[in-house]
Design a protein. Structure first.
Lengths: 376, 178
């Protein structure tokens, strides 16, 4: 008789999951659309797990932003199962699900504005270029004059331009002559003026403004906008293929962000009509305040056998921004240089699955490879 | 399937990528470390030396042991002589050894990407007067570590550089069913 399987533990080698870790993707959660709704299924950036997966990490569905190299992705289940005991012996007769929840954490090794915003969990304020210092507050001064965009506005792929310097490139078109106000390498933000009066959620980022506390800063929406990029090239008009005489700011990347609106879901992911361009020098996240940023999140782990594991949270938000942590660079102890990573943990929030109305907080997904001979 | 499948697969995969990036690069073959150097060593060619195997910890079970092969890519760099007619050429004979060595390292690093491949078993087949090996996938993968480039040795008399990089290759052994 063959030796017992329990003794020698034969296993199927192509049933093992061997990968190189997880990669994170975040998408806007439309808070203005979600508030006041009776159903928590509205607001997330919905991923169709049937139609859009397995996910092509080189070409993600629209609206999903790559967080880059992350490390230490870890799930901490928070769901509880209660026991109902009865009888003389107090035996457990049945179990019931109690509260539902899950937390997750990871470290962002690539420093980007989006990573900074996600890790800190606050509204990030763009630091506009100003002409003088304020003695009132660190963010109080309005920026230098914002420049109105041209008739062609922002074009993610250069619009109708046939000029090889512009065609296919993310570009802001400006009235002729305005391009000279900028130089390549400038960092810019493009968004609309704030009317100093509107309260509630303002801008494409859904930044909350309290009643009776409207910031008296025309640049407030640009200060909180995600529509930021570096200028790669300034092109003077006229530009072949573009109507009229317009200058062009060719950007280093497309705008990534926005997505919030009280009237449509998802909200706008490009700057609205009437936007203006302003130079900026950086951004800041305040420790404290009142508001918490919300997101939809997806984590993907591909295995060498071609399987894909994914974790999808329709709605999540920051639990704790832990640290800008040190990560020692292996260099045989000869250097004081160190690497830094953004360390944060998050909570998965409720989502009423429209399929059956069940309240859940996330999906664990597994797309087996058709090539791996996967057993079921 | 056989013991040598993992190393054969690894060698052919890495060689394929090296040659794809530089069709002139020689990648002669696999040899046991004790047999190094062969009688004739090709200049600036990659040899794959086998230094042994290890199986440890909870890597697999007794039915299918996890094996870690210690391999070492090895090469020598003589450097190039300046052409005799190039009397106006700036430089020294064989002064390009450092750059040639760096190119070899880059090609090896690229060849090892992405540190895993299919495990194949190889069956010899006669094709005309040639014997070729036909790969057959066994339905699993092997994977390997990043290279550890060893300090380059320069032979004192000749000035020949000896380059080496160690790579650990991991696999599960064939299933022992009875």
């Amino acid at each position: 008789m063959a030796l017992s399987k329990a003794l020698v533990q034969p296993f199927r080698r192509n049933q093992l999951a061997i990968g190189a870790g997880w990669r994170g993707y975040f998408a806007p959660f439309n808070v203005p659309f979600w508030v006041g709704q009776t159903n928590s299924a509205v607001g997330p950036t919905i991923l169709d797990l049937q139609n859009q997966g397995p996910f092509n990490t080189n070409n993600m569905p629209a609206g999903w932003f790559d967080l880059g190299w992350i490390n230490g992705f870890k799930l901490t289940p928070g769901s509880k199962i209660g026991q109902i005991k009865s009888g003389y012996r107090g035996a457990t007769r049945t179990q019931v699900r109690g509260e539902i929840g899950e937390e997750f954490e990871f470290k962002l090794r690539e420093f980007t504005r989006l990573a900074f915003k996600i890790a800190t969990g606050t509204e990030v304020f763009n630091l506009l270029k100003t002409n003088q210092a304020s003695t009132v507050g660190p963010l109080s001064m309005s920026g230098i004059t914002a420049v109105a965009v041209g008739a062609s506005g922002y074009q993610a792929t250069g619009g109708t331009a046939t000029d090889s310097r512009v065609a296919g490139q993310p570009t802001i078109f400006l009235p002729a002559g305005s391009g000279s106000l900028f130089t390549a390498g400038n960092m810019v933000v493009m968004d609309i003026d704030y009317d100093k009066a509107t309260t509630g959620f303002v801008g494409s980022n859904g930044i909350p403004v309290f009643v009776n506390n409207a910031p008296q800063d025309v640049d407030f929406i640009r200060k909180t906008s995600d529509f930021v990029a570096n200028i790669a090239l300034v092109v003077s008009g006229p530009i072949a293929g573009i109507a009229g005489n317009q200058d062009a700011l060719v950007l280093s990347q497309i705008f990534a962000g926005g997505g919030s609106s009280s009237s449509v879901n998802p909200g706008p992911v490009v700057p609205p009509a009437g936007s203006k361009v302003q130079q900026m020098v950086g951004w800041t996240a305040r420790e404290g305040g009142t508001f918490i940023m919300d997101w939809s999140a997806l984590f993907v782990c591909d295995t060498i056998d071609g399987d894909q594991l994914a974790v999808y949270y329709p709605h999540c938000s920051i639990m704790q921004f832990k640290d800008i942590a040190n990560l020692a660079i292996p260099n045989i102890g000869t250097t004081d240089e160190t690497q830094y990573e953004l360390d944060a943990s998050f909570t998965a929030l409720a989502f009423d699955d429209p399929l059956d109305g069940e309240t859940i907080v996330g999906y664990k997904v597994w797309y087996p490879s058709s090539q791996s001979g996967r057993s079921f | 399937m056989s013991w040598s499948d993992a190393i054969d697969s690894y060698f052919k995969y890495v060689k394929g990528r090296i040659v794809a990036s530089n069709p002139n690069r020689l990648v002669p073959g696999i040899i046991e470390a004790n047999a190094w150097p062969p009688q004739e060593v090709q200049n600036e060619a990659f040899y794959l030396l086998l230094l042994g195997e290890n199986s440890s910890g909870n890597f697999g079970t007794v039915s299918s042991t996890g094996l870690v092969h210690l391999t070492q890519w090895t090469w020598v760099v003589i450097g190039n002589d300046l052409p005799s007619q190039a009397s106006n050429q700036v430089g020294r004979n064989r002064g390009n050894r450092y750059r040639n060595n760096a190119k070899l390292k880059q090609e090896l690093l690229n060849g090892l990407f992405p540190n895993f491949c299919d495990k194949n078993t190889y069956v010899p087949q006669q094709q005309g007067n040639n014997l070729i090996s036909v790969p057959t996938p066994v339905g699993e993968k092997i994977w390997w570590s990043r290279p550890r480039f060893l300090p380059v040795k320069a032979e004192g008399e000749s000035g020949v550089l000896y380059g080496a990089a160690q790579v650990f290759v991991s696999e599960f052994s064939d299933l022992i069913s009875s």
